[in-house]
Design a protein around this ligand. Structure first.
Ligand code: HEC
Length: 118
């Protein structure tokens, strides 16, 4: 009986990904970000191509705020999700002029879209 319970818990853990975001939907939602993150030189925000796995605030072609340049963590799904939901809760003093996306599904979809852009 106990073995069955453990097996069920394991199956649940492996079949429910932490982020079940929809990248195609995320690409639509990302239009709110693309005004600043459009991968054009001179854009207000840094390019987000390949952001998953990169240390925060380290693109050579962008001048970050002090807090972002010193953040020191790697952008993984968890950090991105929290930042997109509420930027200042993750990097206090960031100068990203955006209040975040309130809807959890929108956040997960944008994270999935960002993870798909290598
Ligand atoms: C009005 C402009 C603007 C909008 C809209 C905006 N951002 Fe930003 N973003 C910035 C700026 C400016 C920075 C640099 C912040 C700093 O240096 O503190 C930034 C930084 C970031 C970073 C850190 C990148 C790195 O290289 O470490 C991520 C991730 C990010 N934004 C994601 C998003 C996402 C996702 C959205 C849409 C949901 C979004 N941003 C909307 C301007 C914007």
């Amino acid at each position: 009986m106990r073995a069955i319970a453990v097996a069920c818990a394991l199956i649940a853990a492996f079949t429910l990904p932490a982020f079940a975001g929809d990248a195609a939907r995320g690409q639509e939602t990302f239009k709110a970000c693309a005004a600043c993150h459009g991968d054009r030189p001179g854009d207000l925000g840094p390019s987000l191509i390949g952001v998953v796995g990169r240390v925060a605030g380290t693109r050579e072609d962008f001048r970050y705020s002090g807090p972002m340049a010193r953040a020191g963590f790697v952008w993984d799904e968890a950090h991105l999700g929290a930042f997109i939901h509420n930027p200042r809760s993750v990097v206090a003093g960031t100068r990203m002029p955006f209040d975040g996306l309130a809807d959890d599904r929108d956040v997960e979809d944008v994270v999935a879209y960002l993870a798909s852009r290598k």
